[in-house]
Design a protein around this ligand. Structure first.
Ligand code: UDP
Ligand code: MG
Length: 319
């Protein structure tokens, strides 16, 4: 049977990119329908993540003019991961499979057919993986690839060079809906669901319009969230480091005692000052890491809602 395919697109201040994105995706849905990859109830679901510009007005307009556009408005800006989850959970009720992609079309739309073909072959999750990163700046490329390597080292199961361009079947989405965590890192959560999965390789393009909504600060926050949500290794590293320093300090102590009794304990000022600063700094860093985890426990325990939907503009299904 031809599936109902939903494209889920989080949008934050994307008024410049949206018209072109919707134009290309409309053409895509139409060509997929013609090929029998998607049925007439397939849609694109634009999630407005509390934008400050005219994004929502545009979505409302597009919803009226375009037979495929649906919109969800979040009550305020909750960040990309929450907006995406909201879109996926909204689509879950109505689709056979949902594909998440960015509003700026950096993820190659020509790869979309491939995703659905893999779904039709029986995959529940299809990960979009970038071939190369030559459209990214050197800085973004190095930091991003370094991040995947660190995640692997810390024992987290993430797909290398896969961001959030991904197809999930309805039952995979239902699996995802059972994960109640507040600190979201979807690309770490999806592999935990299990089911059969596969990869689609694609080249990442430049943004169609507008500028990145992921400044360095948000990238670092996402990386830290990813690590601390899926690995307690940093806590173990701290304890191991503490043991190492304690062992070393025993030698230091012995040396100090020997010097004292031998009578060559002259001004050891430099060594003392250096070690105080160094150890003080390291202790604060370690406290910071522990504090980071406590902060997460705090927000998980409160279990506040991850997003709030203010409005949902849907399209009726044709039976
Ligand atoms: N985005 C969002 N909420 C935010 C920040 C970004 O919904 O607070 C959306 C944004 O509109 C885009 C996607 O997340 O569709 C990825 O953002 P962007 O393209 O700016 O990130 P980059 O590709 O530069 O990493
Ligand atoms: Mg982008």
């Amino acid at each position: 049977m031809t599936p109902t395919v939903y494209f889920v697109i989080p949008c934050y201040n994307e008024e410049e990119a949206l018209p072109e994105t919707v134009r290309q995706l409309t053409a895509k849905i139409e060509s997929m329908r013609a090929q029998g990859l998607a049925n007439e109830n397939s849609r694109m679901l634009l999630v407005d993540d509390g934008s400050k510009d005219r994004t929502w007005q545009l979505v409302t307009q597009l919803n009226q003019d375009n037979p495929y556009v649906e919109g969800v408005k979040l009550a305020h800006n909750r960040g990309h991961q929450n907006a995406l989850l909201c879109g996926l959970m909204t689509a879950m009720e109505r689709c056979d499979c949902a594909i998440s992609l960015d509003a700026d079309l950096q993820d190659d739309v020509d790869a979309l057919d491939e995703f659905v073909k893999k779904y039709l072959e029986g995959c529940d999750v299809v990960y979009g993986v970038r071939n190369k990163r030559d459209t990214d700046t050197w800085f973004k490329r190095t930091t991003a690839e370094g991040f995947y390597k660190v995640m692997k080292l810390l024992g987290v199961d993430v797909v290398f060079n896969h961001a959030d361009y991904r197809l999930m079947s309805r039952r995979a989405l239902e699996g995802l809906s059972e994960y109640k965590e507040v600190n979201l890192f979807l690309r770490g959560m999806v592999p935990l669901i299990g089911y059969r999965s596969d990869y689609v390789y694609y080249d990442r393009h430049q943004r169609v319009a507008g500028e990145s909504k992921y400044p360095l600060k948000k990238m670092i926050a996402l990386a830290i969230d990813g690590i601390s949500s899926f690995s307690v290794k940093p806590l173990k590293l701290i304890s191991n480091f503490g043991i190492l320093v304690s062992v070393l300090s025993v030698f230091g102590l012995l040396y100090a005692l020997v010097s004292y009794f031998a009578g060559w304990a002259v001004s050891g000022w430099t060594a003392i000052v250096c070690s105080i600063w160094l150890l003080g700094g390291l202790q604060m860093l370690c406290l910071g890491v522990v504090g980071g985890y406590i902060g997460k426990i705090y927000s998980e325990v409160k279990a506040r809602p991850r997003y709030r939907v203010e409005e949902y503009l849907r399209k009726e299904e044709t039976k």
